[in-house]
Unconditional design. Structure first.
Length: 343
């Protein structure tokens, strides 16, 4: 039974922060919604500048109020969760920074730091269709399909991270032993990121365009000088058979990954998020069909599939929910319903 419900009625705010490669977003998290959202460009000059930017965003929200009850922070990095230390960070200059301690000193409040995909998965657990306000789905596996492939796992209503907080790297499970090299910061080959990322889809599109210069993608390559996953999606929506075949293969590979997650974790819910989820109408049915043909039948018949529902502020909301869970802070949920959008 899940003991990670979000209680109600607090005088001190909970703050959620989502640190990305282009912007830092922060808001007070009330129930399952982000209120008073602020966004600033990410200062990538160095750790000190980035820390100052995070601090400024939080202070802009709390204003003259007392210190918040807690602050949750999601970053696109590997995090040693117990210490809140950034172990590895590719797109933002935080590698080796004891982010939890640094921000707690600056802001005078408990700080909890986690990977951005992990906190997004937590938000999706609370936003799942049919859930009551403040009561998440207990067991969720989320895949985020974008430039790379990430994801998060929620077990018993709480984030699963592995022994030291570095686990749940959903994009790096191998689905084809002799597959292409991973395009990310990973020594693997044939993993989901190598086959189901936007980068991988663009790679396949470029190969097809070169081999078939008279195809729709070939013409785009000639006109634009390059093609990427967005071109595949656009041409597929126009009915281009070559692009549709690329997405068919993409869907089959994704279905293999989904079936692995079902067999290992037996979740209640599989969530598909990230930029490519906006094109889910082109591939998700086929991916689910493939997953169903591979997953153990008694597990598959008990799991649901959903495109991400928490919206563009899932990272902020999930970070705030994490902070609320960790501190036992009481978050006002009066009058809110899970079906309401993010304001």
């Amino acid at each position: 039974m899940n003991n990670a419900r979000v209680p109600a009625n607090s005088d001190q705010p909970i703050i959620g922060v989502d640190v990305g490669g282009t912007k830092v977003a922060a808001a007070q998290v009330v129930g399952q919604r982000a209120q008073g959202l602020v966004e600033h460009p990410t200062d990538l000059r160095g750790p000190d500048e980035l820390l100052a930017g995070i601090e400024a965003a939080v202070r802009e929200i709390i204003g003259e109020q007392d210190a918040p009850a807690a602050i949750g922070v999601g970053v696109p990095s590997q995090i040693e969760y117990a210490t809140g230390t950034v172990v590895s960070s590719v797109n933002i200059p935080l590698g080796g920074v004891k982010l939890k301690d640094e921000l707690s000193k600056r802001l005078g409040a408990p700080v909890y730091v986690d990977n951005d995909a992990n906190v997004a998965a937590l938000a999706e657990a609370y936003y799942a269709e049919g859930t009551k306000e403040g009561e998440p789905v207990d067991d969720v596996v989320m895949f985020t399909l974008g430039t790379g492939v990430g994801g998060g796992i929620v077990i018993g209503g709480q984030i699963f991270r592995g022994a030291h907080g570095l686990g749940a790297e959903m994009g790096h499970m191998v689905i084809r032993a002799d597959g292409p090299n991973c395009p990310g910061n990973c020594p693997n080959r044939g993993c989901l990121e190598a086959l189901c990322s936007g980068t991988a889809l663009g790679r396949d599109a470029a190969e097809l365009a070169k081999d078939l210069p008279d195809s729709a993608l070939g013409r785009r390559l000639k006109e634009q000088g390059e093609v990427d996953g967005r071109d595949v999606v656009a041409e597929a929506h126009d009915g281009d058979p070559d692009s549709l075949r690329l997405l068919e293969r993409y869907a089959e590979n994704l279905g293999v990954g989904i079936s692995n997650a079902i067999n290992v974790f037996e979740p209640e819910l599989i969530v598909i998020g990230g930029g490519l989820s906006q094109a889910a109408d082109l591939f998700l049915d086929r991916a689910w069909e493939e997953a169903g043909s591979r997953a153990l039948p008694k597990l598959f018949e008990r799991v649901r599939l959903s495109v991400a529902r928490a919206g563009p502020q899932a990272g902020v909301i999930g970070a705030g929910l994490l902070a609320a869970q960790e501190t036992g802070a009481k978050v006002d949920t009066a009058g809110l319903t899970a079906s309401e959008g993010i304001r």
